[in-house]
Design a protein around this ligand. Structure first.
Ligand SMILES: Nc1ncnc2c1ncn2[C@@H]1O[C@H](COP(=O)(O)OP(=O)(O)OP(=O)(O)O)[C@@H](O)[C@H]1O
Ligand SMILES: O=c1[nH]c(=O)c2[nH+]cn([C@@H]3O[C@H](COP(=O)(O)O)[C@@H](O)[C@H]3O)c2[nH]1
Ligand SMILES: NC(=O)CC[C@H](N)C(=O)O
Ligand SMILES: [Mg+2]
Length: 510
């Protein structure tokens, strides 16, 4: 069956897959195309709507990504988001300039009358992430939303069906964002919403079975949600041809190695090998302080361990990883900026022994993976585990990594997790952990002077881990955590709580 198509033109924004996903949620099929796609090629697909994404550049720089102005004369409705909105203004004769005050994070928004905002209250809020702003709108346009710092938070040319928003309706921190997409798709583009994601698991299993055939596969299993879902998918496709490899790199949380092994062996009849590679990783990391360097070393070492295990098993063609979309985009996919090289994407070595790396979850978001996991019958407690990054505590120890620091952080982190669980907050706070900063400060304990580490606590709420807000953990819980850590863990004399959202910060500190 032919579906109504919306095209998302990619200008290198961090949230482009989120746009695609919001469109998907409205039941509309969509494809993401690079901005370098020719207009004729784009028009030939007969899209019913076009969305221009955000991006890291400034439209007034000559070398920045741009597009043919004719796009706006196709008669197809266009929605520009952030950079996309600025580009629309720039190409149609408006002025975009560098702003004195930047807007990042949650911002109050006042809406005026527009089909884009049908059914949405006049005073709402939105998520901003920009330094440029539209100083003058193009002729024929009118302003349809404002914030304190931004005179043109949205603009429209109703007759030509051209719309632009400076904020990001695709992130959930714009509470009415999904409704705005719905309005654009249904009220402006007049789409019916005839597409559903049904049968994803069935289709994925069938295509994996076909691809793998009778060959052997290794799956990199961390015990986390993504790799567990990937492993179960592959297991359903090819059964005993699969061996899972769990690497204990010495940078796991306290007791995690044993727990993962125990849970997985009890739960599944899947071949599992645990590799104890603690010394191997710590030796390679000794003295390294630069975050990207740490990530690259870990990414490479993971692969070398998998290759060594593959040699023991003999003729393994495929390596499966539980890579999901945010891992890909933040590692700098397409024209997106590199924020951090995720160990399983941007930090992979160039030469790898496997014929192919299979990543069945590469286009999905965390909560979509969880939904898929539940559909595959993976138990609740596994599906709802908080994520833990592959490089583990290496990116939570600022500066160089030593065995002693790992052990300090493991102890502090365990206390934090225990208290969050005791307070019944472990589902409400989507990720929470401790960071051992590289900073020491003066304290007084037992009437004596101390000069010890500052520990930072981080807790965030988020749906997709692409944007996040800091969790409002009750003071009495923080108090309990702080006093327990100071009393029970040596070498820490000060504790701070991280109150930055993402953006501008990221969730992990490195
Ligand atoms: N200790 C490990 N041993 C083997 N593979 C690992 C390990 N840590 C990470 N990986 C691989 O890297 C991938 C990405 O890690 P990531 O932490 O994003 O996912 P996950 O651990 O499966 O899920 P979660 O996000 O819930 O922690 C994993 O899916 C897995 O394939
Ligand atoms: O498997 C992973 N390998 C990595 O290299 C990595 N870096 C960050 N993360 C996790 O990704 C989410 C977003 O984190 P950031 O805001 O720090 O980028 C958070 O959930 C992080 O824990 C990683 N996961
Ligand atoms: N998020 C964006 O698309 C940013 C657009 C542009 N780089 C700005 O800072 O205004
Ligand atoms: Mg993990």
């Amino acid at each position: 069956m032919e579906h109504e198509l919306v095209i998302v033109l990619d200008f290198g924004g961090q949230y482009n897959q989120l746009i695609a996903r919001r469109v998907r949620e409205c039941g509309v099929y969509c494809e993401i195309l690079p901005y370098k796609t020719k207009l004729s090629e784009l028009a030939a697909k007969e899209p019913k709507g076009i969305i221009l994404t955000g991006g890291p550049n400034s439209v007034y720089d000559e070398t920045s990504p741009t597009y043919s102005k004719e796009l706006f004369s196709l008669g197809v409705p266009v929605l520009g988001i952030c950079y996309g909105c600025q580009l629309m203004a720039h190409l149609l004769g408006g002025t975009v300039s560098h702003a004195e005050t930047r807007e990042y994070g949650k911002t109050d928004l006042t809406l005026l009358n527009s089909p884009l905002f049908t059914g949405i209250e006049k005073n709402t809020s939105c998520w901003m992430s920009h330094t440029d702003y539209i100083e003058k709108i193009p002729e024929g346009f009118s302003v349809c939303a404002k914030t304190n710092g931004c005179p043109v938070a949205a603009m429209e040319n109703r007759d030509r069906k051209l719309y632009g928003v400076q904020f990001h309706p695709e992130v959930l921190h714009t509470p009415r964002g999904t409704k705005m997409f719905k309005n654009f798709l249904m009220e402006v583009c007049h789409l019916s919403g005839d597409w559903t994601m049904s049968g994803y698991a069935k289709e994925a299993i069938a295509s994996l079975r076909e691809k793998i055939g009778g060959k052997k596969v290794l799956c990199a299993l961390s015990g986390g949600v993504d790799s567990s879902v990937a492993a179960v998918l592959i297991h359903k496709a090819v059964g005993k041809q699969l061996t899972c490899i769990f690497v204990d790199h010495g940078l796991l949380r306290k007791n995690e190695g044993d727990e993962v092994e125990e849970i997985f062996r009890r739960q599944y009849d899947i071949n599992l090998i645990r590799v104890n590679a603690q010394d191997r990783f710590l030796n390679k990391l000794a003295g390294v302080t630069e975050p990207e360097m740490k990530r690259k070393i870990i990414g490479e070492e993971f692969i070398r361990v998998f290759e060594d295990e593959a040699k023991k098993i003999g003729s393994v063609d495929f390596l499966v990883q539980g890579t999901i979309y945010p891992d890909v985009v933040e590692s700098g996919a397409g024209d997106a900026a590199v924020i951090k090289s995720h160990h399983n994407v941007g930090a992979l070595p160039d030469v790898v022994d496997f014929k192919e790396i299979i990543e069945p979850l590469r286009s999905l978001f965390k909560d979509e993976v969880r939904k898929l996991g539940l559909e595959l019958g993976i138990p609740d407690h596994l599906v709802w585990r908080q994520p833990f990054p592959g490089p583990g505590l290496a990116v939570r120890i600022i500066g160089d990594i030593t065995k002693e620091k790992v052990s300090i952080l493991q102890d502090a982190d365990l206390i934090f997790r225990e208290e969050i669980a005791k307070a019944g907050l472990d589902r409400d706070i989507h990720q929470y952990f401790a960071v051992l900063t590289n900073m020491r400060s003066v304290g007084v304990m037992g009437d004596g002077r101390t000069y010890d580490y500052t520990l930072a606590l981080r807790g965030v709420t988020t749906q997709d881990f692409m944007t996040a807000d800091w969790a409002r953990i009750p003071y009495d819980v923080l108090e309990k955590v702080s006093s327990r850590i100071i009393n029970e863990v040596k070498s820490i004399n000060r504790i701070v709580y991280d109150i930055t959202s993402k953006p501008p910060a990221t969730i992990e500190w490195e």
